[in-house]
Ligand binder design. Sequence first.
Ligand code: IMP
Ligand code: MG
Length: 187
Amino acid sequence: MVQDYREYLEKVLVSEEQIQQRVKELGAQISRDYAGQELLIVCILRGGVMFTTDLIRQIDLPLAIEFMAVSSYGTGARQSQGEVRIKLDLDTSVTGKHILIVEDIIDSGHTLSSVIEILQTRNPKSIYICTLLDKYERREVDVPIRYCGFQIKNEFVFGYGLDMDEYYRNLPFIGTVDLEKYEPPRG
Ligand code: IMP
Ligand code: MG
């Protein structure tokens, strides 16, 4: 049995209403900034899915979506380090396109820094990042964040795309975890 999140939810950090309000603002800002241009949204699976699907409905531009899945070498843990491996690559060419990467959270910055390095070699017109959350205190490498939903402190969070051992991505809000009460799913 997988634990009910209410057993270990410490607090709701960002409510559903706050997320939806911010997503609207970001969508409007992106629509203004890229006016007259075509946009290629690159959603980073799996965490970026909820944010991407809400965000694109608030963008009033011709756009296409692509998906990319990456994993950090070496760890199944909650931290990434250095290199990433592409598990699912884009399906179309990005040459000459304006890429906006949509991600759930930026922590050390290693994941997105590697993704950008890979995409740069394919000669897009531009690459920027739209992240829902920015754990800025933890940054180890610089990444070009152009749009950010919320800056947060160094706390482990879940919900709205972010998982705890792959569960709870479906929650419409973002919560913090009481790690003393959290039990990883067995089996
Ligand atoms: P980075 O490479 O250190 O920037 O790690 C980014 C990735 O770590 C994100 O895509 C998430 O999958 C994961 N991550 C970092 N912090 C959290 C968190 O608080 N909750 C859930 N996932 C997290
Ligand atoms: Mg992720």
